[in-house]
Structure formats: C-alpha cells, structure tokens
Design a protein around this ligand. Structure first.
Ligand SMILES: [Zn+2]
Length: 341
C-alpha cells in the first residue's frame, strides 16, 4: 500500500522533475540529431549548450556555471540518446561556459575529450581559476547583501523571489568550494574537424572576439553554427574582449554557409541579421567613443553621451538589460582607445 502511494506520488511529479533533477534547459531540435539546450533563467546564470549526436557518441558544446547544471543537462541528454558523451567543447574561458566540465568525465570515466582553443585552456589556468578563488572569498558578502535585501522587501512576491535567489546563491557557493576545475584535454590553434558517422563537426578559431580564444562549432551539412558568446541573443559582454578584432571575426564567421545560429545565451537565431547588428553596434560604440575622446571627454562624460546615443539607436534591438550593459561597454571602449595616464 505504502509503495503504491509512493508510486502515485512519483506519477504526480511534473515532467520537469524526474529522479529529483530539475530540467534546467529547454531542448529544441535544430537539425536531425542536433539540439539546442536553452538555459532557463537562474540566479547564477547558465549558458546554452548544443547537443550533437555523432555516429558513436555525443558532442556537447559548453558546460554552464556549475557541475550540477551539467549533470542536469546530462539527464536530459540521456532522454534523447543512449550514446555516451565523448566530446565536450568549451567555446571560451568564462565561468558560465566551463565550470561544469567535471560532470562529463565523472559521468563517463571511460573517456571524454574536452576540447578548446589553446588560448582558452591557458585562460582558464591563468584567469579562470583565480576568478573562482575570488568568488569563494566574495560570495559570503553577496549572500549577506541578498539577506539585507530580503529584510527590506515589502511585497510577498519580492520576498519569495529574493528567498529563491538566496537558496540558489547558497547552493552555488557550496558547490563552488568543492569544484574540481577540469581543464580541456585537447587543444588546437585554428581548426579541429571531427568526422563521425556521416557527421562533420568543424571547431574553428576565427580570430579574437569576446575573448582571445573563442571558438565556433560549425556543421556544414546541417548549416548550423554554435557561436558561444561571440554572438548571442543578449547584449554583448565586452570585459575580456578585443572590439576591433571582434568585428573582423564576425565577418569571417558570417562567410560560412549556415541558417541556424545557437549563441551562448538567448534563443536560437536564424540567418545573419544578428551578425550585422552586432558589427554595427561595435562600430558605432568604438567610433562614437573615439570621437568624444578626441574632443577631450572624460570617462564619465563618454559614458553619458555615448550610452545615450547607443540606447536611442539600439535598445529595442537587444534585451531589457541593454541600458545597463551599454555603460560597461562604453567603459571598455574608452579603455581601449584612451592613452593610459
Ligand atoms: Zn556567457
């Protein structure tokens, strides 16, 4: 009787929660055996992943901000195919794209190759690891700030949203302290091409962009490109970027023949319009910042005037965070252009 009742309860569980693991991703087919895993919103964001089924295994692009998120995706992959994941690609070294790496070799100990550009592997070692250590030191303050926000919250809705964030922040912090940073096991300079079971997967470094190590994953037969954060559905983050190179790298990527585009964040895109938008945005950002700098504008003045101009021209074409992100982008542009004093 008791067992029956338990079974009944299990059947009542929503489809999004099987075996206690919540679906963190919406899986969308892009081509035959190729899927986009679109990350659902989270307090500590996850990036999207691409799931590419090969003849004898699976290739996954990017591993999110934590091993538990990668493990949640692995559960979703197992519903698509019984084949093991044999290859993981890290598009670049940012936390939300590689910190889940350890989940793959621990799920398939027989062997998973983690592939990245040589620059990305070096960046994880030199910059990624100190950033994780820094976050371990600073997270308690972040959680304390959330708790202060909770005290100030007035509506029940606000309170429950902040409580949800506190739960996620505490879980992330616990995971961060135990994280085994897992570096790429296979690196390359320009391109690495896998041919498996009739599928061709081109992993391409086309120049510096969002970082110096970004790679694109291109499926020439299916006309699909996975772009990491070199191009996505939100506003570009430019902190570690090379803005002038980025325009040229997008030009190079755009020359490939594809219809579907999966970026590191946001929904699946189609065609090349988003490439044109980002290039135009970067050109305006750099040209306008250079022009006001030439007239003697301070950083604060540039942030004001260039942000206003870009917000008027582009805000409706990007995500709602655009006005905030654009100010950081102007700061980056000003740093690139100005002579340091
Ligand atoms: Zn990202």
């Amino acid at each position: 009787m008791k067992l029956r009742f338990l079974l009944f309860l299990v059947l009542l569980l929503p489809a999004t929660c099987v075996a206690g693991v919540e679906d963190l991703f919406d899986i969308k087919p892009i081509a035959d055996g190729v899927y986009a895993a679109i990350a659902k919103p989270a307090y500590k964001l996850n990036c999207n992943a691409a799931i590419i089924i090969l003849g004898d295994g699976v290739l996954v692009v990017d591993t999110h901000s934590k091993p538990s998120a990668a493990r949640a995706l692995i559960e979703q992959i197992k519903k698509l195919t019984p084949k093991p994941v044999k290859f993981v690609v890290n598009t670049h070294f940012h936390w939300d794209h590689y910190q889940g790496n350890e989940a793959y070799p621990s799920s398939w100990p027989a062997g998973v190759e983690i592939i990245s550009s040589e620059a990305t592997r070096e960046n994880i070692e030199r910059i990624g690891i100190p950033r994780i250590k820094n976050e371990i030191v600073t997270m308690p303050q972040e959680i304390a700030n959330l708790k202060k926000d909770l005290e100030k919250a007035s509506s029940a809705e606000q309170k429950s949203a902040i409580q949800g964030n506190i739960r996620q922040a505490e879980a992330y912090f616990a995971e961060l302290k135990l994280m085994q940073v897992t570096l790429p096991t296979m690196t390359f300079d320009r391109s690495l091409i896998l041919r498996r079971g009739g599928r061709t997967v081109e992993i391409l470094w086309l120049g510096r962009a969002h970082t110096d190590g970004d790679v694109f994953v291109f499926l020439p037969n299916e006309k699909v490109i996975v772009t990491g954060d070199a191009l996505h559905g939100w506003t570009p983050f430019m902190g570690d970027s090379y803005p002038y190179d980025w325009i040229q790298t997008l030009d190079a990527a755009e020359k490939l023949d594809f219809n579907s585009v999966l970026g590191g964040h946001g929904d699946v895109m189609h065609g090349k319009l988003r490439f044109e938008l980002w290039k135009s945005y970067f050109r305006d950002l750099m040209d306008r910042t250079a022009a006001v700098y030439a007239e003697g504008a301070t950083l604060d003045e540039a942030r004001k005037t260039v942000s206003d101009f870009l917000t008027k021209k582009y805000a409706d074409k990007f995500d709602p965070n655009f006005p905030k992100s654009v100010t950081a982008n102007v700061t980056k542009a000003y740093e690139v252009i100005s002579f340091p004093r």
